[in-house]
Design a protein around this ligand. Sequence first.
Ligand code: SAM
Length: 283
Amino acid sequence: MPGILYVVATPIGNLEDITARALRILREVALIAAEDTRHSRKLLNHFGIHTPLISCHEHNEQQRQDTLISRLLAGESIALISDAGTPAIADPGYRLVRACHLAGVTVTPIPGASALLAALSAAGEPTDRFVFEGFLPTRAAAREAALRAICNEPRTVVCYETPHRLLAALAAIAAVWGAERPLVVARELTKLHEELFRGTVNQALEHFGAARVRGELVLILPPYAAAAPPRDLAVVLRDLLVTQRLSRKEAVKLVAKDFGVPRSDVYRISLEIDQSKGEKESA
Ligand code: SAM
């Protein structure tokens, strides 16, 4: 029987956040594949776990696959861990996991901490639908392009960010999304200096610009619809038709795209606008 690849979540700060199941699996497996073996040895020592470690990180994941899969096929079970949180979430791991599936090796998640879900759960923003953007691009032009692409996103957007890039990221959000857009910055979750900052982008720039930013960060950007002042489709359509004198076809097309509603519905509203305009004129 082949062994099992366990994808094991480890704490993102507070060591009490490791699960009882994760500790048992880390003790029982033949080998632990870790992103940084020295970093993970400290965690394992804390819990008195002496399972052998092997490195498996972004730069050697491809080469490690053969070794790990042949040991799994030979019947040894292996745990995959990253430096913190859930492996394969903005961390190495998915290639190995996919290779295991292709080789017929069972993969089992051992869920636990993840900065993404911890931040979302405490942010107080809509969570029924969200988009995880990972880290925003580091180069200014690419970052602005990425932000522009999600400017009207109807779901909550979650990004990871590093402390030394936070101010640049906030400035880019202010430039592309507007300085008054609300956001949440979750810093150092589960750690001593945990902070959940809620405010506008401008307020965040002021708050985090006051001193050197330290620690790990998650940005939560509420959906465009929730953040922007509500707009009335009929008012926008009337403005295009009556004030800006666009053709009905053009106005309907623009508004349908902008509001994400079928053109037939907008067309019907445009006829109602005509009718009420006619009634006003004949009164
Ligand atoms: N796989 C991890 C997970 O499940 O959360 C994420 C790994 S990613 C390389 C590291 C990033 O996660 C950090 O740069 C930061 O954006 C976020 N992060 C990790 N720990 C955090 C914490 N305690 N508080 C806030 N953000 C954290």
